[in-house]
Write a protein that binds this ligand. Sequence first.
Ligand SMILES: *Cc1c(COP(=O)(O)O)cnc(C)c1O
Length: 457
Amino acid sequence: MTSSPPVRPLHPLAERDLRVVWHPCTQMKDHEWLPLTPIERGEGVWLYGYDGRRYLDAISSWWVNLFGHANPRINAAITAQLGKLEHVILAGFTHEPAVQLAEKLTRLAPPGLTRCFYADNGSSAIEVALKMSFHYWRNQGRSRKKRFITLSNSYHGETLGALAVGHVELYREIYQPLLMDVMIAASPDAYARDAGETAEDCARRAIVTMNELLAQHADETCAVIVEPLVQCAAGMRMHAPLYLQLLRETCDRHGVHLIADEIAVGFGRTGTLFACEQAGITPDFIALSKGLTGGYLPLSVVLTNDDVYSAFYDEYTRQRAFLHSHSYTGNALACAAALATLDIFASDGVIERNRGLAAHLGRRACELLGDLEHVAEVRQCGMIVAAELARGADRTRPFDWRERRGLRVYRHGLEHEALLRPIGNVVYFMPPYVITPDEIDALMLTARDGIVAATCD
Ligand SMILES: *Cc1c(COP(=O)(O)O)cnc(C)c1O
């Protein structure tokens, strides 16, 4: 089925592309039969092709877009900044957008996170947090601390350090020989619950293995890294906020940092501005990117506390400074886009308004997908909804990944005005916050038909 020829002739741009571009996260040979989709322009939740077709961006272009494509307010902010300063070195120099953004983020973030270190993409932010944690302990004379603990199914990016602390086999298996040795603790993933168990039970069960690891290895461990509430790349696997409370407690008890990777879940995705808020915890490091600029420009930031900052603050010759940098650190255009994004949150009451939207999204997903023969679960966390496909809706019988059921849903979506990009057997919705209830309804009907067609044999 997946090897049937394309129904439409290839657009000239797609042809030119395939001669010179190597695409991310793609087996390029697939494009012998899977047409590439050239996009001419975007507006709101819609992406427009050259052929008059349009696609509802149900995945916010890889989880980055918050307020739609070509958002007039973000466009205006970038344009205004462009007339003044596009970029300047951030070592020894500074600029208004970088300072203002740090002021705002430190006010909005969980209490105690008082310092912003900028980078230019999510993976780099993870590298910064890992290196900072390690270096902090070294500066304290704790040079035995050089390992990290991560959770099974976690994803933190693609650079070697970020990949090492990830645990999605698909992404890391090949590169294993290049990766630092990391300890893996059980995920609190509530989809893996046993009969009769609640999400809180999963959280308590998972923290037991974390406690065991820390009891044995705390003296050589720098930090535990976690994606709060939703392990997105693992297929939108969700856990109870209780886990984060228990994790904060055990990290404190054992003298180990807690790194919260809110690159995907930050900026309202889980229903609160930051996911950590739902557990009432402050991590030692929080990494932000993706939605930070509303999906416009690459920018990331790591926020940390006074204790960490002051461990690096010393005479130059004592060699305690954090000498990490990226060329585009704190780019002025990206910071301007981020400021405009935060302005929209504040002036439009976005978190509040999203509650109604999320309720509609969840309700329609349950109504239209929950009863399908091969949907094992519909789950939700704020503006993220996912339907997990399994044979006969039996969680113990996932479809073989080689069958590429999700890809069939993707192709069905493209034929029906939707950009859905399932992760394996998980069809999910992570739309821009400007989607309307009517658009949600149409999207769900498309997903329903797509899932039925993808699971009919
Ligand atoms: C996307 C993502 C990253 C990596 O960000 P990039 O900008 O793609 O490097 C890291 N962690 C999480 C949780 C992510 O979803």
